[in-house]
Design a protein around this ligand. Sequence first.
Ligand SMILES: [Zn+2]
Length: 158
Amino acid sequence: MGQFTEDRKYWYLFANYFVVECPVCKGPAEILPKVDWVSKKMLSTQRKLLCSSCGYFEQSRPKSIMRMNIDCDWVFGYPLFLKADCCGKELVAYNIEHLNYLRSIVAGKQRSRRKNSEYGWSNGSVLSRLPSWIKAAKNREKILKVIDRLTCRVHKYS
Ligand SMILES: [Zn+2]
């Protein structure tokens, strides 16, 4: 376990793609294409859902409305695959990259926030928006176990 230094990742940057529960087989289904939020190259809001386990395919309308959801994807509204009960709450991640990032925050014994030279302090970052139960030291071991279980669950399918 090392030190975790926040690098000002906004939580919504992880919503560039989603792993949801396949509506047919309940395995992990990906919603593509991935979005590059940084360059703002979002030419279309049309999304495709593809399940590599059962082959289920679904396509949204070309101009889909995106809703910023916490526990489901933003286009189809399917429940996220990476979710689990944890410490009486629900732990959710949009995709494996998001889950890995949460892991690095939880595992970091010391957390420090850096002031961004261009924007100053940010309160839109993953760290500052994280609920206090995820940051609580007493929950660390439990949360890490749940995260590792979710990671194994998604790797079982790949
Ligand atoms: Zn499926």
